[in-house]
Design a protein around this ligand. Structure first.
Ligand code: KG4
Ligand code: ZN
Length: 369
């Protein structure tokens, strides 16, 4: 980075916002204009570093963010062909997430804001996901949002920037987490979602009768840990019957039956959410899906057919903006920049930060609420 020069910024047009994301296992920096142009969107995944452990190790994640964030900031500026002085503001994920990583991003953003006299915009990671569709499409408020990732599983009504009503959240594991844990049980690769989906292509979805958690229950909460335990029990039973091993066909059948049960459960929960949304008299029939699990074809197909029944449009950002990235943080920054929602340098990192502070915490959900 260039030497620090303290100076006050002139208002630039169009406004250019840098977004920094470091709340989980992606170190990401993007630069987005208020005219919806993505000038840079650099994402460095730590996948290989966490692979041996079958999940994200917070300390490894934080150290890796420290190692890479500065040069990603430089890379993003080079890609966008601008300098820090050309920015209008700096947006950063300040929660929820793994606290060490969030602190790394926040400290970096604060340093740039202080050194360059730029407004600092604190972004809730979930709000980044929630608003990202408005970067790529003309979607008006309100809309229904299904956020399904490795860390989160929530159904929300997005009423406006900073205005959310949570209809449901997971009471235990997130959907992506359930895929990852199931993959581990079946001896498949991490991340588990793509591996389970691939194995399921050759499997029989009706071989194992797994539970559809919370199906038919009121409300739109989610639960997946019982399903994961059911897969574990079924695997152990097959191993016992097979004389100590699992065949490839067994793995594929377990994967397909799990995916079928999980997607049925999600669809039931979203159906309840759609009905709730319509009861509020809303006529903008749009369901936005975001998060890594939105890449799953079976879930996508079932959501599409559910939405057809209710005359809803399903929209999802392109997959590179669906999974964790800096552009969604920069875009949330643009939305907040227009509302002049700036933060002081005293703000802290938050491990837990619900989008809807009035929603009751779900027992066991931790940061996923
Ligand atoms: O949004 P994301 O990149 O990161 C966060 O967790 O915030 O989501 C990653 C999650 C992982 O749990 C991964 O297994 C899951 O998304 N995933 C999938 C698929 N692709 C990724 N789950 C099911 N099917 C997929 N095709
Ligand atoms: Zn995320």
């Amino acid at each position: 980075m260039k030497p620090v020069k303290m100076q006050k910024k002139q208002k630039k047009s169009p406004a250019l916002i840098m977004g920094i994301e470091s709340s989980c296992d992606e170190t990401a920096v993007a630069i987005v204009s208020e005219e919806k142009e993505i000038l840079a969107n650099i994402i460095l995944t730590q996948l290989e570093e966490h692979k041996p452990y079958g999940g994200v190790v917070p300390e490894i994640a934080a150290r890796s963010h420290i190692d890479h964030l500065n040069h990603l900031v430089r890379e993003a500026l080079e890609k966008a062909n601008i300098e820090l002085d050309d920015l209008s503001a700096i947006a950063v994920t300040s929660g929820p997430g793994l606290i060490g990583g969030v602190m790394v991003g926040l400290m970096t953003a604060k340093s740039i804001a202080l050194a360059k006299g730029l407004p600092l915009i604190s972004v809730n990671h979930l709000e980044g996901h929630a608003l990202s569709i408005r970067l790529t499409e003309e979607v008006q408020f309100p809309y229904l949002l299904l956020l399904v990732s490795g860390g989160h599983c929530q159904l929300l009504i997005v009423k406006g920037v900073g205005d959310y009503q949570r209809l449901g959240t997971t009471i235990d594991d997130a959907a992506g987490e359930a895929f990852d844990k199931t993959a581990k049980i079946l001896g498949l690769n991490y991340p588990g979602g793509p591996a389970v989906e691939k194995a399921a292509l050759n499997g029989k979805a009706n071989r194992f009768k797994f539970p559809r958690p919370l199906k038919g229950k009121p409300g739109s909460n989610f639960s997946f840990s019982g399903l994961k335990t059911a897969v574990l029990r079924a695997r152990d039973q097959v191993v016992e019957e097979n004389g100590g091993h699992l065949t490839t066909q067994d793995i594929c059948d377990l994967a397909a039956s799990f995916q079928e049960a999980l997607s049925d459960s999600i669809i039931d929960r979203v159906k309840k959410g759609i009905e709730h949304y319509l009861e509020q008299g809303t006529d903008n029939k749009v369901l936005v899906v975001a998060g890594g699990v939105a890449a799953n074809s079976v879930i996508k197909e079932k959501l599409a057919s559910l939405c057809t029944n209710y005359d809803f449009n399903v929209k999802a950002p392109p997959i590179s903006l669906c999974t964790d990235n800096g552009a969604m943080i920069a875009w949330a920054g643009v939305e907040k920049y227009h509302l002049k929602e700036f933060s002081g340098l005293e703000i802290g990192a938050k491990a837990r930060w619900p989008l809807d502070p009035d929603a009751p915490p779900a027992i066991g959900a931790g940061v996923k609420a």
